[in-house]
Design a protein around this ligand. Structure first.
Ligand SMILES: [Zn+2]
Length: 369
């Protein structure tokens, strides 16, 4: 039942200061012109969808529907040394120069505002704090509620709302500073974690498994055949899903691919890049809250089997505030000790009840057998 397990939610309000506003004046330059051109060609007004309300929506729901066993803690600022484990120094220099400024970093929806660089450092540092708590034995599991998200950020490039690759920074910190040799990362965000894949592409000590909506859906990478290279061949596992895939397909992927991959790899720590955009309210896939809860239960079993239960969630995407908040809540309920739900095909149980309700209505009057 809820409350059986000690779960720490990591959150730091400095991450709210990342708030790019497309109507602000941005640093002048070629990229700014190009983005302006693209935005002006759009039908209707475009707002930056990765906004501070995403985190507060999750916190508000946890306040309204509290879960026993949950504790809250604040994060830290990631140091340059910690970030440099996954990003080049040239890239870090270019981001550090933007402190206090507004600028577009990439045409695919990555901009910064005055507080963004610190917010991104805190996001990565908060993912590190979550890993330290779990590996250090201060918590059974942890969830780092962070933004900007991370999994699209490549060693040399900000992409798709992401500046620093938070989950990769956390994984490499566990290896470099916390004696974890082998780290597994499951990325269940709707979008492929191209940045995380790039960073660990040739690394045999990080198992990266990604369930995502298949190309040409953004960012277009993550083919089945992409399995890593060199020593890392076999430790990248991509599971592309067609549009509309739901709980049944996701749980099949978990049981038939993710579980055997983890049993083969035997991780010392498991991280989950948890986006909630596979939920049907984000219109790309069809996962339910019960589906997120069931997947959490499977990851919990894997962590118990291989690494003393060490399991850390790091928030990625999810843009419908309602499904983002309820999805995170469903994960936290299972982490805190609820039995994982067993989702059926959506609607089947309701149809069975409706069939029972209507059954007598269609029996002919003279047919009383
Ligand atoms: Zn996403």
């Amino acid at each position: 039942m809820t409350g059986n397990r000690d779960v720490v939610v990591f959150y730091d309000q400095r991450m709210l200061a990342h708030q790019p506003d497309v109507n602000d004046a941005f640093l002048p330059g070629r990229l700014d012109k190009r983005v302006r051109g693209m935005l002006s060609g759009l039908y209707g007004e475009w707002k930056y969808p990765e906004h501070p309300g995403r985190l507060t929506a999750i916190l508000d729901l946890l306040e309204k529907q509290p879960l026993a066993g949950l504790r809250f803690a604040t994060g830290n600022v990631a140091t340059r040394e910690q970030l440099a484990r996954v990003h080049t120094t040239a890239y870090l220099d270019s981001i550090y120069e933007l402190r206090g400024k507004s600028a577009w970093l990439d045409v695919d929806t990555t901009a910064v505002s005055a507080g963004s660089v610190e917010a991104a450092e805190v996001a990565a540092g908060t993912a590190i704090a979550a890993v330290e708590a779990v590996v250090g034995g201060d918590a059974d599991s942890a969830f780092a509620l962070v933004r900007p998200p991370g999994h699209h950020a490549e060693p040399v490039r900000a992409r798709g709302f992401c500046l620093y690759n938070n989950v990769a920074v956390a994984a490499t910190h566990a290896q470099a500073a916390l004696d974890c040799e082998r780290v597994m990362i499951l990325d269940w965000d709707a979008h492929h974690g191209n940045g995380t894949q790039d960073i660990f592409w040739a690394d045999p000590d990080v198992l990266f498994v990604d369930i995502h909506r298949a190309a040409p859906f953004y960012p277009g990478s993550g083919r089945l055949e992409d399995v890593g290279v060199g020593l890392g061949e076999g430790t990248t596992v991509n599971i592309p899903m067609p549009a509309g895939s739901g709980d049944t397909a996701y749980l099949k992927a978990m049981r038939e691919i993710v579980v055997p991959a983890a049993d083969w790899f035997k991780p010392d720590l498991i991280l989950v890049s948890a986006g909630f955009d596979p939920h049907w309210q984000d219109l790309a896939l069809n996962v339910s809250y019960e589906g997120f809860g069931a997947m959490t239960g499977i990851m919990q079993d894997l962590a118990a089997r291989h690494c003393d239960g060490r399991l850390v969630f790091v928030l990625e995407g999810g843009y419908s505030l309602d499904s983002l908040a309820h999805g995170a809540h469903a994960v936290l309920a299972v982490l805190a000790g609820d039995s994982p739900p067993e989702p059926g095909e959506a609607g089947v149980a309701e149809v069975a009840l409706a069939a029972e309700f209507h059954r007598q209505a269609f029996v002919a009057a003279d047919d009383d057998s």
